[in-house]
Design a protein around this ligand. Structure first.
Ligand code: TA6
Length: 291
């Protein structure tokens, strides 16, 4: 166990199924990241309920996504015929390249996606993921086009939030924004409600929005703040009853304690990078007590 400075501690541990993890303890918070998918599985402010939801039924297996936390979705969002759902970044092992504690107690970690067979599907690129743990959790996905041709991709930090009761929360920040739903058929709507409430399955891709989102949770007495940079899409998802029962790595009743508010660039907001160009999409999460 390495002590990186008197105010923060970084430990390298075996997680579930002996997958390697990095645990970060700061004066304000505790975080856990698996090298598998560079997957943040825990972020909690001391003496608070964890901010991120983790399924009790999650798999921790090579080639399988972890259910909960922040899956890194890249280089595509959704299903690709014969290629699977939500890209390959979340099911590959990433390399931990840097651990940078700072005297103010923050810890910054840089992960890099090493070459992998699936990467041959798209032009040469480099992908780095910077996680900064403090009173807030910051995650930044940095993609550089290393090819001599344009690179087009989708990206999404598919964040699962822990809530006291998903039917009691209010999600604010997306009112008046257009969104896509994809089932039973693709439809484009405009959200005219002042806030989102959950009382059935919801799976909406909000488009062309840079808005911060607030999840107001009266049951846990907190407000979760979801801020983003260089992201035009926000996805809101709760599987509800029937889909929860169909998901083998998700408990039948876990839809009651989670909501996904995901920050990315998907569908018509896909990213187009010229040769040598770099994109930097950033997410910042924290929570404050409901006064
Ligand atoms: O982000 C919403 C979504 O695209 C849903 O349609 C649902 O499939 C969810 O992602 C989870 O996908 P996964 O591949 O992790 O089961």
């Amino acid at each position: 166990m390495a002590t990186m400075s008197h105010v923060a501690k970084v430990s390298f541990l075996d997680g579930q199924n002996e997958l390697p993890t990095v645990e970060v303890n700061t004066p304000w918070s505790n975080a856990e990241i698996y090298l598998h998918g560079a997957h943040i599985t825990r972020f909690r402010l001391h003496d608070e309920t964890p901010l991120l939801f983790m399924s009790q039924c999650s798999r921790f297996e090579h080639g399988q996504p972890i259910r909960g936390g922040i899956p890194v979705i890249f280089p595509w969002f959704g299903m690709r015929e014969g290629l699977g759902q939500h890209g390959f970044a979340r099911t590959r092992p990433w390399d931990l390249r840097e651990v940078l504690p700072s005297q103010d107690g923050k810890v910054r970690l840089r992960f890099e996606l090493p070459p992998c067979p699936e990467a041959a599907l798209i032009p040469p690129f480099s992908a780095n993921y910077i996680v900064t743990v403090s009173q807030t959790l910051e995650a930044e996905l940095i993609v550089k086009n290393e090819a001599r041709e344009e690179m087009i991709f989708e990206e999404c930090l598919h964040t699962y939030f822990e809530v006291g009761d998903s039917t009691a929360i209010f999600i604010k920040g997306l009112s008046g924004t257009e969104f896509l739903v994809r089932s039973p058929e693709v439809r484009r709507n405009k959200d005219t409600d002042p806030q989102i409430r959950i009382n059935s399955e919801i799976d909406r891709i909000y488009l062309n929005t840079t808005a911060a989102v607030e999840i107001i949770d009266p049951r846990l007495g907190r407000k979760i703040h979801v801020e983003k940079e260089n992201s035009l899409s926000t996805v809101v998802w709760n599987p509800w009853i029937e889909k929860s029962q169909r998901m083998p790595d998700f408990g039948d009743d876990e839809y009651q304690r989670m909501v996904c508010v995901e920050s990315g660039n998907v569908a018509e907001n896909q990213v187009k990078l010229a040769p040598g160009q770099t994109s930097r999409m950033k997410l910042r999460l924290t929570s404050t007590p409901l006064t």
